[in-house]
Design a protein. Structure first.
Lengths: 166, 166
DNA sequence: TTAATCGTAGATATTATTTATCCACGATTA
DNA sequence: TAATCGTGGATAAATAATATCTACGATTAA
């Protein structure tokens, strides 16, 4: 059971974009530099996020990415599903049907109870993720510390703008 | 996010072993044939389960595997952790610290809130798995159907015993 | 005692997936 | 019109999962 690095990158990028002032954008290159990760790889996840309606893109010079909706309307589940895909972690390959001594077919009219239990756990996982929004993350950060992700995003954007002005 | 096939095999094997009569065992080869999977690969998982104290082994001719404790004392979480390892699915690589504009160090005295949220979801997942035992699975199966995993395990064991007698 | 059977452990191959990179393309705007 | 950006697909490299094999030690039925 493992979650790809893309999830961490995507959540941090979304949080950083939440700190932008109205109309502001950050390019994929700027986001990658900001987080110290590969631009071309981050691009893949950013496209997944824009495809899922979490981010939107502004083409052309001075273009980039920004949030497609309010931080409080973006849950961690939205991001995880966009990046990792909707498939559940547990997949039943029906090995109960593969043995040498076949059971009566009516035994299989009900779904595998093991699968049902595993998916129940996964629903609990997703429910918890769905109940946490990007806005919640930002609120927890700024509640007890002056150096929040949002503020850092702003600082970096200014840096980026200065660089572009040169 | 993905769970290995070993989890499904391990749970089904544990359920099958729950159906054995007192003192009965099933060899790794028998369990593999029963489920139609590779013996040598299943072996790896069975060893993990016995190492975790879920199964125990009986060596020698007529040896094999059996439960090390009662079905109601074996949770799905026990099995998942034994097979997949205890590491959480989400791992924070602290990309927030990697950017070009370092933040004041005191910003990092608190753990990453994103990580905290992801681990909170994972705790919910594990709690749900911990609350379901092998006995629960068997009960749900036999509640409304005569062909339960336990009964099938018995039938197969008898088949296996007959084979050994020859 | 002996030979068969079983599990243990580690090494190793094979396959699949993830991660990462690159390039040609179309859209937009200074 | 030229620079900059995102899009999308192809592709390579790295990593992890899957699967197999071999030698070994323990146990027990004959």
């Amino acid at each position: 059971m493992k979650l790809g690095d893309g999830v961490e990158q995507s959540i941090h990028c979304t949080a950083a974009l939440s700190g932008l002032s109205a109309g502001g954008v950050l390019s994929a290159a700027a986001l990658a530099e900001f987080h110290g990760v590969s631009t071309s790889y981050l691009l893949k996840h950013l496209q997944a996020l824009s495809g899922a309606g979490i981010l939107e893109t502004v083409p052309g010079p001075k273009g980039g990415y920004r949030l497609a909706k309010r931080p409080e309307d973006i849950s961690l589940l939205d991001i995880v599903l966009a990046v990792e895909g909707p498939a559940p972690a547990f997949r039943c390959s029906e090995i109960r049907q593969r043995g040498p001594n076949p059971l009566p077919q009516r035994y299989f009219t009900k779904p595998c109870q093991i699968t049902a239990a595993m998916l129940r756990a996964e629903r609990a996982y997703r429910a918890e993720l769905a109940s946490t929004s990007i806005a919640d993350i930002l609120a927890e950060l700024s509640a007890d510390d002056d150096g929040g992700i949002a503020a850092r995003g702003c600082a970096f954007m200014e840096l980026h703008e200065r660089k572009a002005a040169r």
